[in-house]
Design a protein around this ligand. Structure first.
Ligand SMILES: Cc1cc2nc3c(=O)[nH]c(=O)nc-3n(C[C@H](O)[C@H](O)[C@H](O)COP(=O)(O)OP(=O)(O)OC[C@H]3O[C@@H](n4cnc5c(N)ncnc54)[C@H](O)[C@@H]3O)c2cc1C
Length: 594
């Protein structure tokens, strides 16, 4: 079984010391209460829940999985009770408006909670995340009546929210979807169709379900411009919230899958089910993006979560496992061998994991602060810049953290040698569980295409320029600082590479229709590593100002920052070359020759 201890010290370092988040948050209308003390209290409570309740269910949940019988889903032993504890603790409505029973806390805090929950039990975390995404979507697009009717029950965790988009023939290309919505006489719609791969579509932990379903009206234009969003409850509730009529929506089966076995994935059949339009006709794709963007950042947090757990377990194993001798002489001569931690390659695997995870956490917190500022700041210009940064970083965080999460889980399994491959240790579960993060919520390639094809060009390049300006401003106070040279110089070189590659990409996009598709994934990783380097510059700067000789924490921060600059960031050199190699070789091979 894997171990997990919430990395509270690191979370506090980034949140309080590097970004001074409480200063930003308490200045925002509605978040005046979000002080350091309150943030710490929430973190400590969440850590207890994750370490004491959710982590112990991770392996048993994987072994038992979900069961399906007569349209009903049973979650693994202990999940129902854990979910009740989570819901009763108010965690489902952490960021929801107090008008509907929520706690009205910032998204920055939600990220920290999500990371811990995901580290403890990735499968468990997906259930409330979908409910939270549904709350956000209804808060933005629902009528007052819809909000009052549905949000409080989602906030209390009594009802589960889901996102019903995918169909057998329509995955990345949702414009192909066929589910129909025909108007009923009473203002509702009859929804008919089959959705596949629906997370949390049916289970035994809640009393009702609120499905957000994409479907087509009879007069809908073809493609993605003809999609509307509907709310389809499992049970149609009375105004007082008490449930009555069973709706014509049911799980047809559940998927047997590689990982996340305690998170149920359903085929959902809609057979003339009553649904209600959310938002405007034919604008459903834009509407569901409110939920998807939140979920995309959440999936990024899942990648970080799993990498953190994998790292913690690999470190414990590397200190314990005795094999071979240190190349520079025995470290424990009284024993037959040294711990494998003495070997440079094992250290490289552990340091790579740590350098990436800590940078990802910092970038995720920086981005979530932008989400809060975008939502609540009084100055429209500040809100606009924050929205830009959120939009720019969403595909990067989703995709890069999922990719690195998968790489790190694999590499940490390698630290265990053959024992990593054996179920008992729990490492192979981490590798299986994290793999989905590269696929769902839009595959990583779809994210990369969103970055190069949409985000870079949006508002005449305003998002990219806004990012570069904020970086430039942050570097100004570091000019002339000798103690920061070893961090700032390699970062600036990577920044120049990112700039040059971005310009190259824009020019190529005019000449070659395949240029963006050929470059997208490498470009996204180049951007991610450069953004991580920026995070390391800021963390190193803070560590230098806080080091006092007695606290090893800050010294280690500086060492890991150095590792990142010397052994990770140079990867941007080859990524620039990959991007600039263009798409010609990719497209040259004839279809028949594959
Ligand atoms: C466990 C699990 C849970 C899920 N949960 C949900 C859920 O709750 N709700 C929901 O609606 N869906 C859910 N999904 C569906 C998921 O979002 C889709 O699987 C995903 O969006 C990809 O769609 P697809 O599987 O049809 O792959 P396809 O779209 O067929 O893609 C196949 C491959 O082609 C690539 N590709 C496709 N189009 C392009 C393009 N234009 N350019 C370059 N490459 C391209 C993709 O990147 C991929 O590698 C879930 C899936 C799984 C496995």
């Amino acid at each position: 079984m894997t171990i997990y201890a919430a990395p509270l010290r690191d979370m506090r370092f980034v949140t309080h010391e590097v970004f001074e988040a409480a200063n930003t948050l308490t200045a925002l209308p509605g978040y005046e209460e979000a002080s350091e003390d309150l943030i710490d209290a929430v973190l400590e409570e969440c850590a207890k829940l994750c370490e004491g309740v959710l982590a112990p269910l991770n392996q048993s949940g994987d072994e038992e999985g979900c069961a399906f019988e007569n349209g009903e889903v049973t979650t693994p032993k202990g999940f129902k009770e854990a979910y009740r504890q989570y819901a009763d603790g108010g965690w489902c409505g952490l960021t929801a408006s107090p008008d509907y029973g929520g706690q009205g806390l910032p998204e920055t805090l939600q990220y920290l909670v999500d990371e811990m929950v995901g580290s403890a039990n990735l499968s468990f975390g997906l259930y409330p995340s979908l409910t939270q995404g549904t709350i956000v979507c209804l808060s933005v697009h629902g009528t007052d009546e819809q909000k009052t009717h549905y949000i409080p029950k989602l906030v209390s965790g009594d009802w589960q929210g889901t996102m019903c988009l995918t169909e057998p023939h329509a995955g990345s290309d949702l414009g192909l979807l066929r589910t129909k919505a025909e108007p009923n006489d009473d203002g509702s719609y009859a929804i008919t169709g089959t959705k596949i791969f629906i997370s949390a579509g049916e289970h035994d932990m809640v009393e009702n379900f609120v499905h957000l379903v994409l479907a087509r009206l009879p007069d809908a234009p073809a493609g993605s411009r003809g999609i509307s969003m509907f709310l389809v409850p499992k049970f149609i509730a009375k105004e007082d919230g008490s449930i009555c009529d069973r709706n014509a929506v049911a799980a047809g089966s559940i998927e047997h899958k590689m990982g996340m076995k305690a998170s149920v994935t359903c085929v959902m059949n809609f057979d003339g089910a009553r649904g209600w339009l959310i938002g405007k006709e034919h604008k459903g794709l834009a509407g569901i993006f409110t939920m998807m963007n939140k979920e995309r950042l959440f999936v990024g947090s899942q990648g970080i979560s799993l990498a953190e757990t994998a790292y913690q377990n690999a470190v414990a194993y590397a200190k314990d496992r005795m094999q071979g001798r240190a190349a520079d002489g025995p470290k424990q001569p009284e024993k037959a061998a040294d711990p494998i931690l003495v070997h440079p390659d094992i250290r490289n695997k552990l340091l790579f994991s740590r350098a990436i995870v800590e940078a990802e956490r910092a970038l995720a917190i920086w981005t979530q602060l932008k989400v809060d500022v975008a939502k609540a700041h009084v100055d429209p210009a500040v809100r606009e810049h924050a929205e830009d940064m959120e939009a720019l970083m969403t595909p990067i965080i989703k995709s890069a953290c999922a990719d690195f999460g998968t790489e790190i889980a694999n590499s940490c399994l390698q630290v265990f040698g053959g024992h990593g491959y054996i179920s008992e240790w729990g490492m192979e579960q981490l590798v299986r569980d994290v793999r989905i993060t590269q696929i769902y919520e839009g595959t990583n390639t779809i994210q990369a295409l969103d970055l190069v094809g949409r985000k870079l060009g949006l508002h005449d390049g305003r998002l990219f320029d806004g990012f570069m300006n904020e970086v430039a401003q942050s570097l100004q106070p570091l000019e002339g600082r000798n103690d920061m040279v070893e961090f700032v110089v390699p970062f600036k070189e990577a920044l120049d590479r990112l700039s040059a590659t971005t310009e190259w990409l824009k020019e190529q996009a005019h000449d070659d229709p395949n240029a963006l598709g050929g470059a997208a994934n490498d470009y996204l990783r180049l951007f991610a590593l450069t953004a991580f380097a920026w995070m390391w510059v800021q963390m190193a700067n803070k560590a230098l100002s806080r080091r006092n000789g007695s606290d090893q924490f800050y010294e280690t921060k500086l060492q890991v920052a150095r590792y990142f600059m010397t052994r990770v960031l140079p990867g941007t050199i080859s990524l620039e070359a990959f991007v600039k190699s263009g798409a010609a070789e990719l497209m040259a091979v004839a279809e028949d020759s594959f």
